[in-house]
Write a protein that binds this ligand. Structure first.
Ligand code: ATP
Ligand code: MG
Length: 446
């Protein structure tokens, strides 16, 4: 009781509502080597012109947590036009929120002007979702409109001080994810914050504050009002965060996966494919963490594969021919998902390439394997096969055969080819029967 009272008293007057806490290096411990040189230059240039300028948001949070940030955002009291005038290679983007992209070497920094908090005049939809806000504000207001306390930190790379209005550094050190303001209304303003809570807490190993956690189950339905393209962006972030497995487990624990996104339903509610999907996500996580390239096409191909298999199986049971049945199954699954997932044509093409090559791994006779490894998408298809074997969908022996085949030189590969039962095949072709029963993908796809 007394403790509770003390806590309330403390909360009320420290840190002051107007002055941020100033955190010295000794406490935040940011490693300068992890700070982007270009981000520092942007801040220096702005400060040199008499403006305030700080590295802000996720980058500061990650730096304090000892994680190398993937991008650096800068917040300033300069207007977009003023920022634009200071950097030769820069441009103003965005309509709803005007920000400036400053290009420096290979890096693009997002520079945003401090934005005001919402007030009763802010335009919202009938559920409380904010529709428009582009009013510049003070640094304090800018901090107040951010979502979580750990995301509202401002780092001056010149003085190496961190400015903290909402005890974010404490929360980060105590491994707690706390909302700025009332979580329920902050979720209503922007339901995507529910996903962010889960994704960022998984990434940083933070525990959701009970007040952040409690309303999620009740408000999860609000996600339906979020434009699909925005949800898709969030999903991509989640899937390629390097912590996808952990994030999905947490989403499930919060009851957030249900009906939230069609893709998530696919991922989490297919018992057969779950092992396969989890292996794929774990391998994506490992690649992201090792800074290796990843491709949305490959990941989506794995996420939807068991849908395709089930659909294909049904068609074969209905006596459709295997090859056309596979094509039809692929198209149907992609059509169902592509719209909701905003999968681009190019990505859809990558996905199909990977799927189409799968049945051809069964063909180990004749010249087929030699042609197969010349396929432009062979490497991705082979990685896909490895996951299929690991999840138990195809025999490990098949994957091992291909691994050995790839490793061999030309003579070694020739020696591995199984005898071609050429006679039988020629005959069946001659009669114009369905081409290569066992090999679903036609040679025409070569
Ligand atoms: P990541 O590591 O995935 O980039 P992030 O927190 O940096 O995480 P961004 O989308 O880059 O995410 O956002 C940058 C900053 O903008 C956040 O740290 C936060 O301060 C603020 N922000 C982002 N999304 C929201 C939101 N939905 N509501 C309020 N503030 C937000
Ligand atoms: Mg970020």
């Amino acid at each position: 009781m007394i403790r509770k009272l003390l806590r309330r008293v403390f909360r009320r007057d420290a840190p002051s509502r107007h002055e941020p806490a100033t955190i010295p290096h000794a406490r935040h411990g940011i490693d300068r080597a992890l700070v982007s040189f270009n981000a520092k230059r942007v801040c220096e240039t702005l400060q040199g012109a008499g403006h305030k300028a700080y590295i802000v948001g996720g980058a500061v949070r990650d730096l304090i947590a000892g994680i190398e940030p993937k991008d650096f955002d800068v917040a300033t009291d300069a207007t977009p036009d003023q920022v634009r005038a200071l950097f030769r290679r820069s441009r103003i983007i965005g309509r709803r929120f005007q920000i400036v992209h400053v290009m420096m070497g290979p890096e693009t920094m997002e520079v945003s002007t401090f934005r005001a908090a919402h007030d009763e005049n802010t335009l919202k939809d009938e559920h409380g979702r904010v529709l428009r806000d582009n009013i510049w504000g003070s640094m304090e207001e800018d901090a107040a409109r951010r979502d979580f306390t750990v995301n509202a930190l401002y780092y001056d790379p010149v003085t190496e001080l961190v400015y903290d209005y909402h005890r974010g550094v404490d929360d980060l050190k105590n491994k707690t994810m706390r909302m700025i303001g009332d979580p329920k209304s902050r979720y209503r303003e922007d339901p995507v914050r529910m996903l962010r809570a889960v994704r960022l807490s998984a990434k940083l190993g933070l525990t959701l504050d009970p007040a952040v956690r409690a309303p999620i189950k009740e408000l999860a339905g609000l996600m339906e009002n979020v434009p699909p393209a925005r949800l898709f962006d969030e999903m991509l972030k989640l899937l390629f965060s390097g912590h996808a497995v952990e994030s999905l487990q947490r989403l499930r624990a919060e009851g957030l996966h249900h009906g939230l996104l069609p893709l998530l339903d696919v991922i989490l509610e297919q018992p057969l494919g779950e092992k396969f999907v989890m292996l794929s996500l774990a391998s994506t996580d490992a690649r992201v963490r090792a800074d290796k390239p990843t491709s949305p096409g490959f990941l989506f191909a794995t996420l939807l594969w068991h849908e395709v298999l089930a659909n294909w199986e049904e068609r074969k049971n209905a006596k459709e021919l295997p090859v056309p049945a596979l094509f039809a199954a692929m198209d149907e699954v992609l059509d169902q998902q592509a719209e909701k997932l905003a999968i681009t044509r190019r990505v859809a093409g990558d996905i199909k390439d990977i799927w189409l090559l799968q049945p051809r791994f069964d063909k180990r006779a004749g010249k087929s394997p030699l042609r197969m490894i010349e396929q432009p998408r062979f490497r991705a298809a082979y990685d896909f096969l490895l996951l299929r074997a690991e999840s138990g969908e195809v025999p490990q022996e098949l994957a091992d055969w291909w691994t050995k085949f790839i490793a061999g030189d030309h003579a070694g590969r020739e020696a591995m080819l199984l005898p071609d039962s050429g006679k039988k095949r020629r005959r069946s072709r001659g009669r114009g029967r369905k081409a290569a029963e066992g090999a679903a993908a036609p040679e025409a796809a070569d």
